[in-house]
Write a protein that binds this ligand. Structure first.
Ligand code: HEC
Length: 190
């Protein structure tokens, strides 16, 4: 049997190197495409539930879009909208999803004695009655500056959300500023 010549071996090595370079160039190109096409601000606007009308006046539009992306993909509605889905719109029952826009983020899911709060803007436009600094402090530390010293908000996954970047927390607050102000949920439940 002929041993492969040195030249042939070299040719194969070069071909293999070129092939692997082509694969990484293709991977880089498709990642680039994703980064260009999967704009979180655009996605955020697409994720605003139908029926929720944003008030963008005096708001930063980029932050609102980014904030919507984060709020609407981080489970806030699971606890802070009750019921989370409108009748006939529960994806867990195989129904086409329809979020409860009428009570969007007005609170109401109960965990024993603790009820998820209304986090829509108050009369002064402040989500859950919190300034931006207070909101960020709550998410970072679990302490609501409106509560007595030493108290820690329960159930709410602030240890997770508090790991987000400053920009993301600022964006979440800006989005919550733009959603409709609603009274506290009148029929809370588990
Ligand atoms: C697992 C359920 C759950 C999820 C998910 C959740 N929360 Fe909460 N949240 C709660 C509960 C319960 C409270 C009230 C805690 C208490 O009173 O001790 C609360 C309280 C809050 C408060 C304080 C409001 C006040 O008036 O005290 C804010 C602000 C808040 N949540 C924002 C958010 C945001 C923004 C998200 C999504 C990024 C989110 N929450 C996701 C359950 C949740």
């Amino acid at each position: 049997m002929n041993k492969p010549s040195k030249t042939r071996r070299r040719a194969w090595t070069v071909a293999a190197m070129l092939a692997s370079a082509a694969v990484s160039v293709a991977a880089a190109a498709s990642l680039r495409d994703l980064i260009d096409s999967e704009n979180p601000v655009k996605r955020g606007y697409a994720l605003v539930p139908p029926g929720v009308v944003l008030n963008l006046q005096g708001k930063d539009h980029l932050l609102v879009g980014l904030g919507s992306y984060i709020v609407n993909t981080s489970g806030c509605v699971d606890c802070h909208s009750y019921p989370t889905y409108s009748p006939g719109g529960d994806p867990f029952k195989g129904e086409p999803e329809r979020l409860n826009a009428e009570e969007y983020l007005s609170g109401g899911r109960q965990f024993g004695p603790i009820t998820a709060a209304n986090i829509t803007p108050d009369n002064a436009g402040k989500p859950a009655g919190l300034t931006r600094a207070e909101f960020i402090q709550l998410l970072r530390t679990g302490h609501n500056p409106k509560d007595p010293p030493g108290t820690i908000v329960q159930v709410m996954p602030w240890p997770v959300f508090g790991k987000k970047t400053e920009l993301e927390l600022i964006a979440m607050y800006e989005y919550l500023r733009a959603i409709p102000s609603l009274p506290d949920n009148t029929h809370p439940g588990p």
